[in-house]
Design a protein around this ligand. Structure first.
Ligand code: XMP
Ligand code: MG
Length: 179
């Protein structure tokens, strides 16, 4: 492990096992329907790849990029769409696939934005949630893990665009992001 990483929080096996359970639940809940998975770039790429391939429910996939963070570690609360969906949401069952819900500010903004496009439904699947950091209440239909309010990287999550390709979720040493 690099000197900038403190410890492994979730191993690849733990992540895989949890995704199995989440996918089974999603298949049960959406039986007989078709889902539009909306991935939030870039952090959700790994979750999207690994969760979507576990689903038996027919899915299509689309992506949005929003920005609420600079290169720092605190949510600004100001959300900007960097890349919008290509898909018309009218009448669709939408499942937002997220890497992590921290303050919840980004996601609550995103869910409200998607609902305004008149889909049949909008739910959220997030691999990670930091309950102690919640500033707004967002209803998450599927959550992988509740984790402490530490900055984590790996499995899609970055610090200044690094560490996304780690197969595990690890905590970043504080000296990396405080000075
Ligand atoms: P909010 O606070 O709006 O933030 O829920 C959600 C977005 O912030 C990023 N985020 C993190 N990224 N490690 C990361 O690499 C973290 O510990 C972390 N916490 C929040 C992430 O982009 C998420 O979508
Ligand atoms: Mg993200």
């Amino acid at each position: 492990m690099g000197a900038d990483l403190e410890h492994v929080l979730l191993t690849p096996d733990q992540i895989a096992e949890r995704l199995d359970a989440m996918a089974a639940q999603i298949d049960e809940d959406y039986a007989g329907r078709e889902l539009l998975l909306v991935g939030v770039l870039k952090g959700a790429v790994m979750v999207m790849a690994d969760l979507s391939r576990r689903l038996h429910t027919p899915v299509t996939m689309d992506w949005m990029a929003v920005s609420s963070y600079g290169s720092g570690t605190k949510s600004s609360g100001v959300v900007r769409i960097l890349k919008d969906l290509d898909t018309d949401l009218l009448g669709r069952d939408v499942l937002v696939v997220e890497d992590i819900v921290d303050s919840g500010l980004t996601l609550s903004w995103l869910v409200a934005n998607l609902r305004s496009r008149k889909p049949a439904s909008v739910e959220v699947a997030a691999l990670l949630r930091k309950p102690e950091s919640a500033k707004v209440d967002v209803d998450l239909a599927y959550v992988g893990f509740d984790i402490p309010s530490e900055f984590v990287v790996g499995y899609g999550l970055d610090y200044a665009e690094r560490y996304r390709t780690l197969p595990f979720v690890g905590t970043l040493a504080k000296h990396v992001y405080t000075s």
